[in-house]
Design a protein around this ligand. Structure first.
Ligand SMILES: [Zn+2]
Length: 305
């Protein structure tokens, strides 16, 4: 008989829930805003209510446990939020594991959302069958997860793989929300693309508008886009030399831009690394999109409970 798990993906704006079976299939989904009142209601209170409602409103089979994916720096050994660099008031120090285990009486694991994204892709997505993968999610920030030798690189506390804050321009760079200067995130996030376009005086309210202008062949937009891709590529080239991945997986809404982003990025990364590192190296878009976090959270649970 197949086993069923609850996957919970806690983001900065919403929590996603899904019943996941032991093949990684999502059987049912739900989603709820966690920012609806500007975080006056603590995020974990909203998550608890959402889980309660979800489990109460369906004929849910017996659950083996709960896998939680959460935004922020997650101490996955203890299931506690160890740090953030976004503005989620009251999130640091929240005991996700203890609180949810007490209420729902099920075994539970918690891991960082970007790490879960990569694990979800390894289980049932674009990284299936790969043992050495760097996952990078490009959005308002940059998330990362690294699989090396078939295992998630977690580090001492589970905080590992935080690619967004390695320093690409430490001496003369842009200030980061983490307090440092020149972090990768400040150059590789879609917000950096928009910032670059606005600096050039282009009418560019968001990434979508920039890709539309680039697709129409606007030369100045293409130049801005190319600069952004170069920054992403230089960071990835550094990581390729450290981890020697088979696959770099690009996530986030912009990853749908195959010809304008994925193809030129792949070409630049391969050109920027020593030849042996480029041999067999693939760069692809992530496949699971919205489900990756909760599916990966269940995968993490199954590996680590
Ligand atoms: Zn930073």
């Amino acid at each position: 008989m197949s086993k069923t798990y609850l996957g919970v993906d806690i983001g900065g704006t919403a929590v996603k829930l899904g019943l996941v079976d032991d093949t990684g299939r999502v059987l049912r989904r739900a989603e709820r805003s966690v920012s609806f009142d500007g975080y006056k209601t603590p995020i974990l209170d909203t998550v608890q209510t959402a889980i309660r409602d979800f489990l109460g409103s369906h004929d849910v089979p017996k659950l083996e446990g709960i896998g939680v994916s959460a935004t922020g720096q997650i101490d996955s050994r203890r299931g506690v939020v160890a740090g953030t660099c976004g503005n989620f008031p009251g999130w640091i120090g929240v005991d996700i594991k203890g609180t949810l285990e007490r209420e729902f009486g099920l075994p539970l694991t918690v891991a960082n959302d970007a790490n879960c994204m990569v694990l979800g892709e390894v289980w049932v997505g674009a990284a299936k069958g790969y043992t050495d993968v760097i996952g990078v999610t490009l959005g308002t920030g940059v998330g990362g997860g690294i699989i090396t030798g078939g295992r998630l690189l977690e580090g001492a506390r589970g905080l590992g793989g935080e690619l967004g804050h390695f320093r690409l321009h430490a001496l003369d760079g842009v200030a980061c929300t983490c307090g440092a200067i020149g972090c990768y995130e400040r150059y590789a996030a879609t917000t950096a693309l928009v910032r670059g376009a606005q600096k050039m005086g282009l009418d560019a309210p968001d990434g979508r508008a920039i890709f539309e202008a680039a697709a129409a062949g606007n030369a100045r937009t293409l130049a801005v886009l190319n600069d952004w891709i170069s920054e992403i590529a230089q960071g990835l080239a550094g990581l390729v030399h450290i981890f020697n991945p088979q696959l770099i997986l690009i996530g986030g809404g912009v990853s749908a831009q195959q010809e304008l982003l994925i193809d030129p990025l792949a070409a630049q990364v391969c050109k920027s690394v020593m030849p042996a590192f480029a041999e067999g190296l693939e760069i692809k878009a992530a496949a699971l999109q919205n489900d990756a976090g909760l599916v990966g959270a269940v995968y993490y649970f199954r590996e680590n409970q």
